[in-house]
Design a protein around this ligand. Structure first.
Ligand code: ZN
Ligand code: ZN
Length: 381
């Protein structure tokens, strides 16, 4: 572990390297000014996370000049300018923020703007910059953010380890299931994620019995009974050394009684498919090939029609980001990609199961962010 002081130095070095890579990608894409507002691109590059306010925040990265963060004056005290990665231009309540940004852009005309920012800001900028063409910032940022550097790998591993503590508690029977509502169990899982170090809980799906056949089930009043499958899929965001938080996302399925032969078979197929997909992860393998590895095994066992979603999604500052493990994505995995491996089998009206782990591809094999047990676990509490 690095000390907090080392952490700050490491993250400034990492962000300088990200700025270099961003400029290279801008040059390649023919972009002469990048505009980042709310969303994950801004904290990835600057370390500053803008509140989703109607007051505009824009980090302007010109290809040929230093970056400037245009920020509401009341938000400026939250901006950490250590490392001098960008200049600050606070704007007061009666100033024209869009005009300030337009002036800084000047005659530059090939712009890229945050995909997830407010459309209203974009409309105002377009009106102020009639000469400009605007692309999505993901053209530049997507491939960059998909390759995690060392500080990001450390944060994802810490988030995964914290989520694993909750999985271990679930498997050990420390989280009571039988006789409690899905909602109550979901609340306890969220509390435990926080206790394990997460800054925030993003979701805690608890899907029991027939509800387990709905992959994104909203935990409700249904009381968990003996002899059911219970899918628990949970994640949050964890901040290492006070830096930008990175996400966890893991799923474990348990049974609240001795499983019948059908559930045992379904689960053994799922476990083998998830293991095979994890083993298939290496640089150069296409994203869709990893999906096909899990899918073909599930289909061969006769459950193909019950695996109704992609095998995985990238993860980082956002729960879902590039790359996606889905048929049609022929892009190769590259070292530094972080994504989930999460096949599931869902038999409508009856039961379902899913196993999910986060892995990071490296040149020497993959790193498992989640290492908690996968075996079919009977939890009779
Ligand atoms: Zn999940
Ligand atoms: Zn996931």
């Amino acid at each position: 572990m690095t000390s907090p002081a080392g952490g700050v130095a490491d993250r400034i070095t990492a962000r300088r390297a990200r700025l270099e890579r961003t400029r290279e990608a801008m040059r390649t894409a023919g972009i002469d000014a990048l505009l980042l507002s709310i969303g994950a691109d801004l904290p990835w590059l600057s370390g500053y996370e803008a509140m989703p306010l109607e007051r505009p925040t824009v980090l302007l990265v010109p290809l040929d000049d230093d970056p400037t963060l245009v920020v509401p004056v009341l938000e400026a005290p939250r901006v950490d300018t250590t490392g001098e990665l960008f200049g600050l231009r606070p704007w007061g309540e009666t100033e024209d923020a869009v005009g300030i940004v337009a002036d800084l852009i000047g005659r530059r005309s090939h712009l890229a703007f945050s995909d997830r920012a407010f459309a209203g800001l974009l409309v105002d900028l377009l009106a102020a910059l009639p000469h400009a063409t605007i692309s999505k910032a993901s053209v530049v940022m997507g491939p960059l953010r998909a390759v995690k550097d060392n500080t990001e790998v450390a944060a994802l591993r810490a988030a995964g380890a914290a989520a694993d503590e909750v999985s271990a508690a679930l498997f050990a029977g420390e989280i009571a299931l039988i006789g409690r509502s899905e909602h109550a169990v979901s609340t306890e899982i969220g509390d435990r994620l926080r206790q394990a170090g997460h800054r925030q809980v993003n979701f805690a799906i608890v899907a029991s019995g027939p509800n387990a056949a709905s992959p994104h089930h909203e935990p409700g009043a249904r009381v968990i009974a003996p002899g059911e499958t219970v899918v628990c899929d949970f994640g949050g965001a964890l901040s290492l050394d006070g830096d930008i938080a990175y996400c966890s996302d893991t799923t474990r399925t348990v049974v609240t009684g001795i499983p019948d032969a059908e559930i045992r078979e379904l689960y053994s197929v799922l476990e083998a498919a998830q293991e095979a997909a994890r083993q298939a992860v290496e640089p150069g393998v296409s994203c869709e090939a990893i999906d096909a590895t899990a899918r073909s095994m599930i289909a061969a066992a006769g459950f193909g029609e019950y695996f109704i979603h992609r095998t995985g999604h990238g993860i980082g500052i956002e729960e879902h980001e590039d790359p996606y493990l889905v048929e049609g994505n022929a892009a190769p995995v590259v070292a530094g990609n972080a994504f989930s491996i999460e096949p599931g089998i869902y038999v409508p009206g009856r039961y379902g199961a899913r196993i999910e782990d986060i892995v990071i591809a490296t040149d020497g094999g993959s790193i498992a962010c989640n290492v908690a047990d996968h075996s079919l676990r009977v939890v009779e509490v």
